[in-house]
Design a protein around this ligand. Structure first.
Ligand code: 8IG
Length: 299
């Protein structure tokens, strides 16, 4: 029997079993991700009463409370009410989408806060990872702010340090782009937006973010490898989303909160509790930072 997930009409003997069980929304699904995102955006704009968003933000580990500081939340929607979204199983990640109204010198603006990131390690495929970003683009957002919690490779970046992402290493061996689409990733992390962030805090350090597949943290040897390759930060998100955003024509700003030194950089083992604690401690400070940056972007 032919199903949307099984365009070839069944697993071929030459194909490994795992491939024939590709998650819904994987590349083996014949539906168009942009069309799926457009449909989700229609439901979202209807549900929130905001026809067009000016900016979208993905708030990762430690960044969630920034949404409250940024402006007035005028609508909150459960991720499960929007087609293609799912609830994150990660503690510290919210499963909601919020419409936030922000006053700016150039008028009232609308931010879409995506509290429902799908991580690559959840196994739902790269389409699911890219879907929130594509939905934001389809809902009009031309600017995307990607935040995350990350491991730091520089000893001077104590837990709680915010770092601007100036480039990435996609170490997932996957791409959200499908087919013969040769998307240019030069200056993926907008120099213009980074300059705006530096007007808010001239001392914000910058670094290269390496996305590992996770969900396990790196071994110390892998952290040394990442350093040799040019990484300053290690994490499990952001790079795939940034690529999808660029493909959708968005301007990307990426900011990491260093919540722990990467494995082997400090003698201490890593724990998710440590990550949550560092995020909680840094919360008010980085929320104020992000709010000020968003204000300037919207001016
Ligand atoms: I928060 O040290 C956080 N996320 N891969 N490594 C990876 N992801 C992370 C880390 C880390 N800390």
């Amino acid at each position: 029997m032919h199903t949307p997930n099984d365009p070839a009409g069944g697993p071929s003997p030459s194909r490994p079993a795992a491939r024939s069980e590709a998650p819904t929304g994987s590349h083996e699904d014949m539906t168009d991700p942009a069309a799926t995102a457009a449909a989700a955006a229609e439901v979202l704009t209807e549900a929130t009463g905001v026809p067009r968003y000016d900016i979208a933000l993905v708030l990762g580990s430690g960044w969630a409370e920034a949404a409250d500081l940024m402006g007035r939340t005028i609508a909150t929607v459960d991720a499960t009410d929007i087609p293609g979204f799912s609830v994150s199983g990660v503690p510290g990640h919210r499963g909601t989408l919020r419409a936030v109204e922000i006053d700016s010198p150039t008028g009232t603006k609308h931010a879409l806060v995506l509290g429902a990131r799908t991580h690559y390690y959840e196994g739902r495929g790269v389409r699911a990872v890219a879907h929130p970003v594509r939905t934001a683009a389809a809902a009009g957002a031309e600017t995307l702010v990607l935040t995350n919690g990350a491991g730091g490779l520089r000893r001077e970046w104590v837990p709680g340090t915010a770092v601007l992402i100036n480039d990435h290493l996609n170490l997932t061996a996957a791409s959200p782009v499908e087919g013969a689409n040769f998307v240019d990733l030069t200056d993926l992390y907008s120099p213009r937006l980074r300059a705006i962030a530096h007007t808010v805090d001239p001392d914000l350090p910058e670094g290269v973010y390496a996305q590992f597949p996770g969900p396990h943290y790196e071994t110390p040897a892998e952290v040394r490898m990442a350093r040799t390759l040019g990484a300053d930060l290690v994490g499990m998100s952001t790079a795939l989303e940034a690529i999808a955003a660029r493909q959708a024509g968005m301007q990307v700003l990426g900011i990491s909160l260093v919540t722990n030194l990467a494995a082997g950089v400090s003698p201490q083992p890593l724990s998710h509790a440590e990550v949550i604690a560092a995020g909680k401690e840094a919360g008010p400070r980085i929320s104020a930072l992000l709010t000020a940056i968003v204000q300037k972007i919207l001016e």
